[in-house]
Design a protein around this ligand. Structure first.
Ligand code: AMP
Length: 544
């Protein structure tokens, strides 16, 4: 074999940290902290504090491969742990505070976390669960003071931990395949599963996501990831921003309309990223108060299907280009992103929105295919629907401590558990989770499509479609709908919206108004819980 003669530099997160410090020292990281203050510093100051934390961790006996747990919102201290833990060769294990208590216990014990860094807001939760954690040796509150609670015993203060440490660190040479971070999936059935990212997978994922057609991250950008750092690395933005010297704006716990609006304007944000629910909240607040977000140029939405209404409204009212993406924790997490191809860019708006509402095209590095029930590969014609499988250098190859052979095909593809079509241009069309598909008279009906149509009705805030047993058709769709605050609508009016938008046999049998819909810890609709609630429900259309 003839080898290339390039340097064998390892692709490690340390390289991002050092590059940010050397070449973008003046770029800023701005955070809303847990005590409602704005914290602002430059990359070089950030670097010095990462060194201090690295020194403290090493002094405390943290070894290569040890897991360091975090229970925290997006702010500068969480960023410091991201980098210090990974760059000393340990693993930053982000834990989702919205999980149920027994899942938190399971996750911390399964990961064998040695340290737990947590925001003051989670002090109550940590105290309650402390006795169930088997491996955690030290508890550190992310603050400059102890929580007020009388028994804050055994809790150390972050600022004290790093205060007297040196502001430089002799970073070890790491192997790019070494684990850098760990994140558990939300696990709607059974226990959550751990996904162990490597330095290499994290770095090339961030490189690819930053690309020109995608997030197009530039030094002049100001980026606000609303997507939490405790879930799937905040879509890689903590790495992509530092690679490119962009300003990073971290919103802390404050994800509501007023707070986001203030941060977007005061920090002149150009790019924002988050799940549809957050954007619906922001839109509602902007519309109600006649406000603008003039600096924002583009946004990424994903994590669950983005209704077309979001895409249209952000573009037409606020001049923000919406990129709809699909991903999973198991994909580090981004797999596809929406960017129009040159021949689509000048289509009439309604035609463009149709394309932008699809889940986007694969980033370089991600290969996609769909297969039928017998494993036959299906064509990319936008019509054939099948189980979605993926492959690539930032796709999980095996779960942490859990072989899960069912999740992988014999030829090495990962089974996403999603059902999808792929169109001839490569756009992904997610129709369902495998567990949520609706089969009526032998035909599949897309619950996501029916939810999107319902949300297109002006009075509808949120919609969830599930199947109900039917004696003739096997299953029929119903859509549960939450109305916008103060709005009023008749279920039949909402049903009328489907006429002409979906095939007649796909029109839901019933629209059911509900006060709220159940969500998982990652903010996705919990169809499992909704189905449980409607178990035994009999449809008026079922005459048996
Ligand atoms: P998680 O690992 O918690 O991020 O969840 C991943 C799952 O979220 C995927 O397998 C999809 O079912 C769903 N998902 C993510 N993005 C989208 C999207 N844009 N449209 C529809 N479903 C999505």
């Amino acid at each position: 074999m003839l080898y290339g003669q390039m340097m064998q530099d390892q692709l490690t997160i340390t390289k991002i940290l050092q590059h940010a410090n050397r070449f973008h020292a003046g770029s800023q990281i701005v955070s809303k902290t847990s005590d409602d203050k704005i914290h602002r510093f430059r990359y070089d100051q950030f670097y010095r504090r990462v060194c201090q934390l690295a020194n403290a961790l090493v002094k405390a006996g943290v070894q290569s491969g040890d897991r360091i747990g975090t229970l925290a919102w997006n702010d500068h201290r969480h960023m410091e742990i991201y980098y210090a833990a990974s760059c000393i060769g340990a693993v930053c294990h982000t834990i989702n505070p919205r999980l149920f208590d027994d899942q938190l216990t399971f996750i911390a014990n399964d990961a064998e976390d040695k340290f737990l860094f947590f925001d003051p807001q989670f002090y109550g939760k940590v105290s309650e669960l402390k006795d169930t954690f088997e491996s955690i040796e030290r508890y550190i509150v992310l603050s400059d003071a102890k929580p007020e609670a009388a028994d804050a015993q055994g809790v150390e203060v972050y600022e004290d931990l790093i205060a007297n440490e040196a502001e430089s660190f002799n970073w070890p040479e790491l192997d790019e395949k070494q684990a850098s971070a760990l994140c558990y999936t939300s696990g709607t059935t059974g226990n959550p599963k751990g996904v162990l990212f490597s330095h290499r997978s994290t770095l090339i994922h961030a490189l690819s996501v930053s690309g020109g057609d995608w997030l197009c991250v530039r030094q002049k950008d100001s980026i606000l990831p609303v997507v939490p750092m405790f879930h799937a690395n905040a879509w890689g933005i903590p790495y992509a921003a530092l690679m490119n010297g962009a300003k990073l704006v971290l919103p802390g716990y404050a994800l509501d309309g007023p707070n986001l609006h203030t941060m977007l304007n005061e920090e002149q944000v150009t790019l924002m990223a988050g799940v549809p629910t957050v954007w619906l909240g922001l839109l509602e607040y902007l519309n109600r108060n006649n406000l603008t977000i003039d600096s924002v140029d583009r946004m990424m939405v994903g994590g669950s299907a983005a209704p077309m209404a979001i895409i249209r409204e952000f573009e037409e009212k606020y001049d923000v280009r919406v990129m709809h993406g699909w991903g999973m924790t198991e994909l580090s997490p981004v797999g596809t992103l929406g960017a129009l191809k040159s021949h689509q860019a000048n289509l009439p708006p309604e035609d463009r929105y149709q394309i932008q509402a699809l889940q986007g095209r694969p980033l370089f590095g991600v290969d996609l295919r769909i297969v039928d029930e017998d494993g036959n590969i299906q064509p990319h014609d936008g019509k054939a629907i099948g189980a979605l499988q993926v492959k690539g250098p930032w796709v999980v190859g095996s779960y942490y401590k859990d072989a899960s052979p069912d999740s992988f095909t014999e030829d090495g593809w990962f089974e996403t558990g999603d059902v999808a079509a792929i169109d001839p241009e490569g756009y992904l069309i997610i129709t369902d989770r495998t567990k949520d598909v609706i089969k009526s008279g032998g035909e599949w009906i897309s619950s996501i499509e029916l939810e999107n149509v319902a949300v297109g009705h002006p009075a509808v805030a949120e919609a969830a479609c599930i199947s109900i047993k039917h004696s003739k058709w096997g299953e029929r769709p119903v859509v549960c709908v939450v109305l916008k605050e103060g709005a009023d609508a008749d279920p039949e009016d909402i049903k009328a919206v489907y006429e002409g938008q979906v095939a007649k046999w796909c029109i839901p049998d019933e629209i059911i108004l509900v006060d709220e819909l159940p969500h998982t810890a990652t903010g996705k609709l919990s169809k499992l819980e909704l189905r449980r609630k409607f178990e035994g429900y009999s449809l008026k259309t079922d005459e048996a």
